[in-house]
Design a protein around this ligand. Structure first.
Ligand SMILES: *[C@@H]1O[C@H](CO)[C@@H](O)[C@H](O)[C@H]1NC(C)=O
Ligand SMILES: *[C@@H]1O[C@H](CO)[C@@H](O)[C@H](O)[C@H]1NC(C)=O
Ligand SMILES: CC(=O)N[C@H]1CO[C@H](CO)[C@@H](O)[C@@H]1O
Length: 495
């Protein structure tokens, strides 16, 4: 049974300035609830909680069939649900996974559909969801722009009730042999000048954001864009996820006091397909103790916090800074981190723990969780406050403070010269991702070494200086994820 409202369908709009190659598309926000399905109550509540995520309305095939896909910077395949997929046809699966399919694709109705029989499609995400099927090629239309012959997955088995628009590095596609993904084709077909795009999710209270392929909208951020390098797998040198160095996290209070939370740089993945933010456990617990939050991730899957922060949190911000003291700084106001959704969960039968240090009827959930699978992800609770430009060619991510709710627009094309109006790359501090061989297909056992290095442009300086290494278990955990990423993608989202 679906208990959450259906996703908000949003029409794509083409936005071509004559001389600019930019593709703009509105992305709708579904009802957003963080995951409730870790461990203990995995089966129960998981099923009720479809929805969550930012959806793009695209069309596939000839004549066009409209499908809504979750926009995911953390994975790299575009896939759609076959109209005959198990989840779409089986009542018992719909009961189990919380509802029927949102929008499906019928290959027999498309005259341009080509089956690719040699490659099976199989993808699994970190939250345990996944899809299986075959690959095919067909045209896909995003924001009024037609991309020809994109390789896509066609899922006939799925535990997710919508397809995905994976827009990560093509090295991270789910097949053993990489293929040109949607970002590659946008560039190859001359629709954008460079493999880069900007994502503006907008405020929690807003219904939609935008994705701009090949462009930057200077009205959607304040201050300046500052770039930081994307960290490759340092063994293979391959870029497969938007991993950047989080160098500092500070809780800033209205009275001017500040509570530094991070002592050493942390590699984090920017992942729009993930609802919450997952930080190293020690860091998360420091934040909980500063704010009086209650970690119940083992049982209900949530971290609880006093809703008072929404009414009297004025001035409290989470200041994330990347790449060192000259890197981009994104301030996340407390009202973007404290989610007033627990009442809905209680209606769903959520057994909230007794004896919390705040009123039972004033319980909110918190947007930062311990990355207990060892993966550190900055998901939507962070990304809504940031304007992020992902440059897959220069391997940079440029960030600025998002100008939320600003209806204005001034789109500039990202050219071969790089992101317009971006200031130099800040990278005094680097958390390096290293990989060493892990068994398994295409796998590697990566380790993470945390280093502080001088600006790479300033090579006269001595080499990287190793800071205190993270504890071994943390290294192993990050390792496992990095190793799997070539196989499973790093998308994580609410189902
Ligand atoms: C996909 O296939 C694998 C291997 O057979 C299986 O373990 C997994 O559960 C399947 N996924 C779905 C969503 O059916
Ligand atoms: C808001 O919180 C501060 C510090 O926690 C407290 O001193 C102040 O009285 C509160 N204001 C209101 C209006 O509750
Ligand atoms: C409100 C609601 O539909 N709750 C259901 C959530 O899913 C579990 C397990 O499938 C059911 O037992 C609940 O009734």
């Amino acid at each position: 049974m679906r208990v959450l409202p259906a996703l908000i369908a949003v029409g794509g709009t083409a936005s071509f300035a004559t001389a600019q190659r930019v593709v703009s598309m509105g992305i709708g926000k579904a009802k957003r609830l963080p995951p409730l399905h870790k461990r203990a109550i995995l089966q129960e509540l998981h099923n009720n909680l479809t929805g969550g995520g930012y959806y793009a309305e695209v069309s596939v095939g000839t004549p066009p069939q409209i499908v809504n896909l979750i926009v995911d910077t953390g994975s790299s395949d575009v896939w759609v649900l076959d109209s005959n997929a198990d989840l779409c046809t089986s009542r018992s699966m719909q009961d189990e996974y919380g509802g029927g399919c949102i929008a499906t694709f019928d290959p027999s109705e498309s005259s341009t559909y080509t089956a690719l029989s040699d490659a099976p499609f199989q993808i699994a995400y970190l939250d345990g969801s996944g899809a299986n099927g075959t690959y095919f090629q067909d045209h896909i239309n995003i924001g009024g722009t037609e991309i020809e012959s994109l390789q896509m997955g066609l899922a006939d088995e799925s535990t997710i009730n919508s397809g995905l628009l994976g827009i990560g590095y093509s090295a991270n596609v789910a097949t053993m042999i990489p293929y040109p993904n949607i970002i590659d084709l946008l560039e190859e077909q001359g629709l954008i000048a460079i493999r880069a795009y900007s994502l503006w999710l907008n405020a929690y209270s807003a219904d939609m954001g935008t994705i701009l392929f090949g462009g930057v909208d200077t009205e959607k951020f304040v201050g300046e864009l500052i770039a930081v390098p994307v960290l490759p797998d340092s063994r293979t040198g391959i870029y497969h996820s938007f991993t950047v160095t989080l160098s500092s996290l500070i809780l800033s209070y209205a009275d001017g006091s500040a509570d530094p939370i991070i002592q050493q740089p942390v590699p984090v993945i920017l992942d729009s397909g993930t609802t919450l933010t997952y930080l190293p456990p020690r860091i998360a617990y420091n934040i909980y103790s500063a704010l009086g939050a209650v970690d119940d991730t083992l049982y209900t899957g949530l971290v609880y916090i006093d809703c008072t922060y929404l009414r009297n949190g004025s001035g409290l911000t989470f200041d994330f800074q990347f790449g060192g003291s000259s890197g981009p700084l994104v301030r996340v106001p407390v009202n973007e981190m404290v989610l007033d959704n627990v009442r809905e969960y209680i209606e769903l039968g959520l057994p909230i723990p007794p004896g919390m240090p705040f009123a039972d009827d004033d319980v909110c959930s918190f947007g930062i969780q311990p990355g207990d699978q060892g993966i550190y992800l900055l998901g939507d609770t962070f990304l809504r406050s940031a304007y992020v430009v992902y440059d897959l060619e220069n391997h940079e991510v440029a960030m600025a403070q998002a100008h939320i709710n600003n209806p204005g627009s001034n789109v500039l094309e990202i050219t071969r010269d790089g992101i317009p109006d971006v200031s130099g790359v800040a990278s005094q501090v680097t958390a390096e991702q290293t990989a060493t061989g892990l068994p398994g297909p295409g796998g590697a056992v990566p380790t993470v070494t945390v280093t502080a290095s001088p600006d790479p442009n300033d090579r006269a300086n001595a080499g990287p200086k190793t800071l205190t290494a993270p504890p071994a278990w943390e290294v192993a955990a990050v390792a496992a994820v990095a190793g799997l990423s070539g196989l499973i993608g790093v998308g994580l989202f609410v189902i």
